[in-house]
Design a protein around this ligand. Sequence first.
Ligand code: S3P
Length: 172
Amino acid sequence: MKQISGKNLVLIGFMGTGKTEVARLLADLLNRRLVDMDKLIEQREGRSVTEIFQARGEKYFRQLEKQLVLELVTRRRLVIATGGGVVLDQDNAAALRQTGLVVWLDADLATLQERLKDDETRPLLKKETDLAALYQARLPFYQAAAHAKVDTVGKLLRTVATEILEISAQNA
Ligand code: S3P
């Protein structure tokens, strides 16, 4: 397989599309450093994303995400698992696209509903959340930010990772 470029490999997509797990596998396969944005924010803040939302609000969390994007785009050869809302910000999306290959992991709504139904770690998934509306509202942002899209439904992590490696090789 052709060597992939030194650009960052950036995974975007809705909650529950497997960004974290696929990024971990890709980092292993490529021998690259993994940055999971939510995890790094949690480590630095000393509390979970849910706690950050509760204590400081979503706006503060989005500021942390934006600062972290600015930091990450100065680096190379990273595999980055973004949080599902990172590319709602146009500056974030543009910066990630300029410095990396942005791959959108997708799944259909029914699959996401199933994967997320018992989740208690994501502050946006409150009982009253209309997941379908949120998903629909997000699609154009993922579409605009991505260089390529990979459907994750019914696929092993390994298969998704292999597809991303193929896309990376084509875009090297
Ligand atoms: C969010 C997705 C979460 C996390 C936060 C907000 C979003 O990340 O960043 O709860 O706005 O979609 P995951 O996509 O990893 O769940």
